[in-house]
Design a protein around this ligand. Structure first.
Ligand code: FAD
Length: 286
């Protein structure tokens, strides 16, 4: 039984995040990406969940496939807004019965279209954590937003709720960020609030400016001018990708020097950028 909290207690974790495939072709492509990343011996991989349950079966099937077909422990993302308690009980019992021991407990974003609003027994991720604790002894991770969550009135309020949530959970993984100071402030602020559980930084190698602009806007992460200028100095898409990988590698090296408990890579279901960062950092590859 591999619990991420045990892995973190015994050393650094290196993990990859994937979205569940929604077609046969995407399944084959993700299978190939995971096979390409397996030699890096990731500590775990995580599989995202569509808010409101929109990828419920795809996420479950992908998590169970990783558990069954690879040597890598999976972590299942699970959002609670739009779910009832019986639905969550059902999802958790499927995972427990299959030997999946790790879950990332999330609120998820409320639907924009009122027609998509579903009955729910939950408001915040902390409600989901309490329910999972009643149901199982799974290791529970939570999301942290170094620059503050977009729905928070201010950073101090967000830190206070995050500290409470993390006190109930085992570890946190962060939203991506590009300036290390955001991560260091987050860890310091949590320590000031009495919470010293591991906070694993999430790293997004930028390989496409438009895509990151869109994701940064949604997540509340700043896309700093210095990085934009660097990327825009590349004259071909391949230059942009190389510059993005270099910037992510430098950020990873600084995070490890600063004592980060691990690195969690947002892979966008591709292996190349993550493999290049691994090689450049000198991390072991089988
Ligand atoms: P919460 O911790 O509940 O926080 C939401 C907001 O409520 C924050 O502003 C917080 O400060 C505030 N708050 C918390 N508790 C209280 C309280 N008691 N009273 C008042 N305010 C409170 N989304 C997906 O749909 N699927 C995914 O797979 C997914 N994976 C993610 C992985 C990571 C690592 C991260 C960082 C985010 C991920 N998200 C995912 C996005 C996430 O669902 C959204 O950011 C969502 O809006 C908030 O989720 P949360 O779990 O952080 O919520």
């Amino acid at each position: 039984m591999t619990r991420i909290s045990d892995l973190l207690a015994s050393g650094r974790t290196f993990s990859f995040e994937f979205s569940p495939p929604k077609s046969a072709a995407a399944s084959l492509s993700l299978g190939r990406t995971i096979a390409e990343l397996e030699p890096l011996a990731p500590s775990f991989v995580s599989i995202t969940y569509g808010a409101g349950g929109s990828t419920r079966e795809h996420t479950r099937d992908t998590v169970l496939w990783v558990q069954r077909e690879t040597n890598i422990p999976p972590m299942a993302h699970l959002t609670c807004v739009g779910h009832t308690r019986p639905e969550i009980s059902d999802i958790i019992s499927t995972y427990v019965n299959a030997g999946v021991h790790n879950v990332l407990a999330l609120a998820g974003d409320p639907p924009k279209d009122p027609a998509d609003v579903r009955p729910t027994d939950y408001t915040y991720a902390s409600d989901l954590i309490s329910h999972i604790r009643e149901l199982s002894d799974m290791c529970i991770g939570v999301a942290a937003h170094p620059e503050g969550h977009p729905r928070s009135p201010d950073l101090a309020t967000d830190r206070k709720f995050l500290a409470h949530k993390l006190s109930l959970a085992d570890f946190a993984t962060t939203q991506f960020f590009f300036d290390i100071d955001h991560y260091l402030s987050l860890v310091n602020d949590l320590a000031d609030l009495g919470v010293t559980k591991p906070v694993v930084p999430g790293v997004m190698p930028v390989t496409n400016i438009a895509q990151v602009e869109r994701m940064a806007e949604l997540s509340g992460a700043a896309f700093p001018q210095w990085l934009r200028e660097k990327l825009e100095s590349g004259s071909t898409p391949e230059d942009v990708r190389r510059i993005g990988v270099e910037a992510a590698t430098q950020l990873c090296a600084r995070l490890l020097d600063a004592g980060a408990p691990g690195l969690h890579f947002y892979t966008m279901n591709k292996s190349t950028a993550t493999r290049e960062i691994y090689l450049q950092l000198g991390l072991p590859v089988a």
